[in-house]
Structure formats: C-alpha cells, structure tokens
Design a protein around this ligand. Sequence first.
Ligand code: SF4
Ligand code: SF4
Length: 270
Amino acid sequence: MEALTNLRGLDKIIVPIRLSSKSKIKFQCYPGVPCFKLCCSNLFLPLTPYDIIRIRDKLGLSTDEFLLLYTEPFILPKSGLPIVRLKMSDNEDKTCPFLGDGGCEIYEVRPLACRYYPLGFGLFRNRDKRTNEEIYYLVKEGFCQGLESGPEITVEEYRKSQGIPELEKPIKEWAEIIMKKESLGPIEVPEKSLQLFFMVSSNPDRFRSFVFESKFLDIFEVPEKTLEEIKKDDLKLLQFGFKWLKTVLFGENLIKRRKVVSSVKKIKPF
Ligand code: SF4
Ligand code: SF4
C-alpha cells in the first residue's frame, strides 16, 4: 500500500497517531484559546484545484493573479507530481498571507488542509482488496492547546463539522490520479505529462483555453452539453480535466478519442 499525500505539517509532526473515520478525538479550537493563530505560520500548505478556484473567487482575482501573488509550485514527495502550495509571507514568522488580527480572513473558503488540522490524511491503495482506503492521523504539535480538550467526537464527525466531505467529493478523481501515480513507484514521467497535470491542477483558465483554442477538440470527442458546461463552470471543467488526465495518462478511455487523428501527436502515458 502507498500513501497518497499528507496535506499539512509535513515537517512538524511530533507524534503521528493513526486513526480511522470511527476513531474518537478530543479537540476544541476557538478565538480565545491562548495559542490562537500559532498554527497559521511557516506551513507546508498544498492547495487542491478546488481550493484554488474558491479562494480566487473570494478574493475577486483572476487565476493568474492569485497564483502569482499567493502560491508557489512544489512537487508532491511520493508521486513526484507538481501542484501548488500557499506561499507564506516574507516576515520573521513566515505567517500565512491570510492571517489577520482576528484570525483567518478567508475562513469560509479556507483550504482543505486547514479544515483537517489537527488531523492529517492519506489515501491508500489496498492491493489485496483492490480498494482505496482513507486513513487519518493526529498531528500533535506542542503548541496546540486545543488537543485533548472539549467533548469527544469521531474523526468523521469532525470532518463533517469542518465541511470537508463536500469539498473532497468533487476532487475525488484528482486524488485518485495522485494515488495511482504513487502506486506506480519511482518511474520516470514525461515532462509533457507533468505539465498537463500541473495545468489541470492549478489553472482552470489555461486548461479551458487548451480545450477550446488548441487542437484538443480535433482529438477528443466531447458532447455538446459538456462543452457548454465547461465553458462557464470551473468546477465542471476541473472534473472534466480529471477524467481527461486519467484518459491520457493512464489510458482509462474516459474521454472518447476521435477516430482520425493522424496529424496530431499522441500524448505519451506514464
Ligand atoms: S494551535 Fe490548535 S488550538 Fe491553537 S489556534 Fe491553532 S488549532 Fe486552535
Ligand atoms: S488559510 Fe486561514 S486557516 Fe489556513 S493557515 Fe491561512 S490563516 Fe490559517
């Protein structure tokens, strides 16, 4: 079994404790807690494609502006796939750029990784059962006084209280792509494949131009209804992009190829 990715605190885990969705934890965080805001500095904070469009829209920026101002690219350690993470401020504490005096200034669209804290999570491929399994672990950082306080709740109850399931569901196929790449081990990936993955994962505007302004539609047969949807809906575009990545990278045939593509070079899968 191979871990998918740990979304936060990679360099800060003091005591990782493995949990399931039914495990019980005690955790309570509120503005008056003495350690308030201490957890929002010097973070390794990857952004999912859905995080990017939600935060971008909240800030009223274009995708390019958001990426330029607030993110930096990085390579996921196990899969070797490139995504973006939040760029910390250039100050002594390396605070999150969205940390204000009263706490998180983008609280309602805060990234998935922030919602999980103090939990981390990973996806595992159980090869014997041929299923994908979620695992969780507690990130015990010395300064966090919310741990072991408040009533006991299950991991699943905590996830629901943070609105996590509805943010994870639309990007399930994205997580599956990363996990599948991880399970292939350290194989060399063509640069072009990495670029395509990065484009879909970070920049819906660029992916939309790629679909509508390149030879994409000469190669792939996309129903008119889907085209209409992905023209204006970024989330639908992302989900189409995940299926397309599975098609070109793993040969899963989720987006139909047109029969005559002689003038077009095929994309080499992993
Ligand atoms: S350190 Fe823990 S308790 Fe303190 S603000 Fe952060 S999450 Fe809440
Ligand atoms: S996005 Fe908000 S919750 Fe997440 S680290 Fe930044 S300030 Fe903290």
